[in-house]
Design a protein around this ligand. Sequence first.
Ligand SMILES: Cc1ncc(COP(=O)(O)O)c(C=O)c1O
Length: 321
Amino acid sequence: MTLCLLTLKKQRPHSRYVLWSRIDQKSCFKSILTANLEPIIIEQIEHNQYLQTNVNEFEKQIQQLKPDEICCIISTTSCFAPRAIDNIQDLSQLCQTYSIPHLINNAYGLQSTKIIHEIEQAKRSNGRIDYIVQSTDKNFLVPVGGSIVLTYDSQLFDQLAHAYPGRASITPTTDMFITLLSMGKKGLLDLTRKRKVLFHRFYDKLSQWANENNECILSSKQFSPISIAISLKHLSNDHLTELGSMLFTRRISGARVIKLGAKQTIDTYEFINYGAHSSNIQYSYVTVAAAIGIEEDDIEIFMKKFDNVYQKLRRNENSDD
Ligand SMILES: Cc1ncc(COP(=O)(O)O)c(C=O)c1O
């Protein structure tokens, strides 16, 4: 991300701002600071219990700051629910209208046909997209450490390639090569299809669980196609922490419990409700994901362990009263 920002900055020497649709993931935000640019944080808006891009605020900021002073807009596709995929189509149109570059953080979006469709649709409608950055580990089941940068424009590609100051490690490329050869195209596409089917199954099971326990799903099946957020209205803060640790010790390592009120400072920027992608969220919640590589058993095992731990803490909650 930093390399893309520095490459764009070179084309726009008078720019200093990056308009960034808030996502509570540190590396993307830090990439802006490392590139010595100034982030303008655009908060999400709440829409029927999920969080959506505030496109109007983007336009307002562009008009206030002058387009030349903006290095680029950063949007994010894949993220933890209840934050939804950014509105890539509208943001791409804004970038086209005001001639501002558009950098997409597509961290683990390659595994979702919905996310790819949104990006392609934005491009087909003549929206502006400069670079799309994604991690290899999250999309191709390889170890952490590599990224793939995509662009529709060979000139942009050359500018980025020339900006790279050295020789990259061959390890991520070798990992990808071995993995793709062993899976084959069919193997990879089968995993992608399976993920989609299991996401819907997971969502339905969690919806039913939420109904039975007077909790609710805080994310949209349509706009959060990988991650699902479930409210934890009936647990106190202490029990929320306990839930997270109990899940972890039961080998549920991907679930994250988000407690309201957490503050986080990154550099000089303070975020309220850090982890929740929004200062105005109503309930604490747990977020889970159906990511590539998921198996049917994973869902059954999660539901059993999660329900077990939740009921235990909720009983304690009642007896504490
Ligand atoms: C939305 C988002 N952006 C960026 C990153 C960082 O990616 P990497 O670890 O490949 O640098 C992550 C990692 O989880 C992520 O979820």
